[in-house]
Design a protein around this ligand. Structure first.
Ligand code: ADP
Length: 198
């Protein structure tokens, strides 16, 4: 099965693009969703995080304080690397497990840090969702969960737009309307189906 790695900066439109592929019946595996599921109470990844970051990274019910963790890793590269060393192998394994359960011409793997984590070997093609930094910031601000400072910090630790575009085999430009996006996805869907059958 052909693997398409879908990536892009925060707020570029990865989830929106993945949903559009799903509407064509394409299986989607999202590394962010897996990352959330892996840190449920009782799971080994959460235990490793507590060992590394201390008990106060948990709320009273034993759930991970995601905002607190994000604050810590945005200002401390060592902590960020530590978290990545816990999560990335587990995410990687889970992605492979899920791929083995799918039968389709191709699948979409949403991996936000595909280029940063050098996971490009995991996929056959890299599909980048591209937007300007201004659009990114506006859209994430509208989503309403992060401050502009936090958004800037996250953009700062992600790879640059240029690096991402250099790694791309296909590019979706998401500066226009959702209809514009849907047209691009319909074309790509045909292209990937054709490519998968050759
Ligand atoms: P990502 O998954 O890359 O962080 P999202 O798909 O969540 O990005 O998109 C970021 C925000 O921008 C969401 O609120 C989404 O609904 C909105 N959005 C995405 N594409 C468009 C578009 N073409 N026009 C308007 N809003 C968009």
């Amino acid at each position: 099965m052909l693997r398409i790695g879908l990536t892009g900066g925060i707020g570029s439109g990865k989830t929106t693009v993945a949903d559009a592929f799903a509407n064509h019946g394409v299986p989607v595996i999202d590394a962010d969703i897996i990352a959330h599921e892996l840190v449920e109470p009782g799971l080994p990844a959460l235990e490793s995080i507590v060992k590394a970051f201390g008990d106060n990274i948990l709320d009273k019910k034993g759930h991970l304080k995601r905002n607190k963790l994000r604050e810590l890793i945005l200002v401390d590269e060592g902590k960020r690397r530590k978290l990545e060393s816990i999560l990335h192998p587990a995410i990687h394994n889970e992605i492979e497990t899920r791929i083995n359960q799918i039968h389709a011409a191709y699948c979409i793997l949403v991996i936000p840090l595909l280029i940063e984590t050098r996971l490009t070997d995991m996929v056959d093609k890299v599909l980048v969702v591209d937007v300007s930094k201004n659009t990114q910031i506006e859209r994430v601000k509208n989503r309403g969960k992060l401050s502009e400072d936090e958004i800037q910090s996250i953009i700062g630790i992600q790879c640059s737009r240029e690096e991402r575009l250099k790694a791309a085999n296909e590019i979706v430009t998401n500066e226009g309307t959702l209809e514009d996006l849907a047209i691009q996805i319909a074309h790509l869907h045909q292209k990937f189906q054709q490519f998968a059958s050759t």
